[in-house]
Design a protein around this ligand. Sequence first.
Ligand SMILES: Cc1ncc(COP(=O)(O)O)c(C=O)c1O
Length: 480
Amino acid sequence: MIGQQLPASTLDGLLGNWSTDAGPAYRVLADRLRLLIADGRIMPGARLPSERELTDALGVSRTTVASAYRELRDRGYLVSRRGSGSVTALPSKVGPELGRHHAPGIDTEGLYDFTCAAPAAVPGISTAVAAASTQLPVHLATPGYHPQGLPELRAEVAAMYDDRGLPTSPDQIIITAGALAATSIAIRAFTQIGDRVLTESPTHPNSVDAIRRSGCRVVAAPMSPGGWDLPLLEATIRQTAPRAAWMVVDFQNPTGWLMPAAERQQLATAFARSRTTAIIDETLGELWLDGQEMPPPFAAYHPEGVITVGSVSKSYWGGLRIGWMRVPSSLVARVLDARASLDLGAPVLDQLVVAELLRDRATLLPERRADLARRRDALAAAVSSELPDWRFELPGGGLSLWCELPEPVGSSLVGVAQRNGVLVVAGSRFSPDGGLESFIRLPYTLEPDALRDGVRQLAASYRSLTGTQSNPGFTPAMIA
Ligand SMILES: Cc1ncc(COP(=O)(O)O)c(C=O)c1O
């Protein structure tokens, strides 16, 4: 991407419909470009069109473009050198305003933070930590390296799959530093540079980034308003023969859809036919909130071709940084080999803690679900009353509402809301290919009172924006 020349017509398309109702045209243009750069939709190092070319393409005055470029230069988003034009950059110090390295809980004090679909820890963590500490001395007498994970934790994870009707040996489980790390390892093990990888759109952005940064080409199949579009997926698999697919079938982030058993069967058959390795992220699978029966894990439909990714980040606590892969026995050695150059295992103490938590799952998870259901219902009620023209399907589980706005103002709303004390992520951040400007994801991980107050502030921001566009702002790089 470094040095890539961005044609004026491409940039015009990326800018979309930007209007100058919200302030001086140069500032709106500069803000819009800043968002695209911070969002990763224009890569650092890309060469922007000359002022004259962009002036012609956008039909604005030369002064507008020159002033916008000047503002971007002043803020560190553009470097202009004689002979090489204007090249995009990321400021060396990106503050919380843009949050390229935003982490939950950092620099968000006093703000309603709707950017993170990961709840606080379950109450049982301290007890589990105390119990794990008593087991640590045995491990202190060893080097502490466990590239596949501690046997006792692998046994607990395998038992969870057994409980769901998918017989699993602890030898098929590989413990990782979270689900995202598991996805990165799987992509490394089963793809090569240039391979196509099928994903949904919208989907979890950091996982898409991980796939792209491994050198793969992402083929994104749009979700339909009611879930997965099976005929479209089957046609895409037939036409593109992707080497791998990465999909989230349990309460998909961000849409909240749960793939029914029959669709799992149909899709698994399509993957088997095209010899596509299916990497299936079931990180949110424990978070069913309405007492419904869960379909079998995806791997039950194609045991030899599916890599399952799981994690305790959403069900217990993200701060533990523990996830796993369930791998067909014949592929375990290949995955461990691919992992060896990334990391050499997950922390022992955290694995001991997670083993304790999983042993206690019959108590801890119902409490987690009841708490999340209360928050989900509070958020849904608040959105329905404060933002009646926003549409969403109440998800049966997971962690967020995927809201459709009547107008494509998602990115603009992010900026206005930020100034009103509310942090949200624009729907476009969840699209591998851009677009989805009419969507906003709202996680229900805050306390119900905070959810209600935050939505009230968000609604005020939305009203102030309605019929206008405003300046885009905060876009976190890390999306949970
Ligand atoms: C579908 C999905 N996969 C992976 C992750 C990352 O999980 P982890 O914190 O275990 O790396 C998230 C959320 O952050 C997610 O929603």
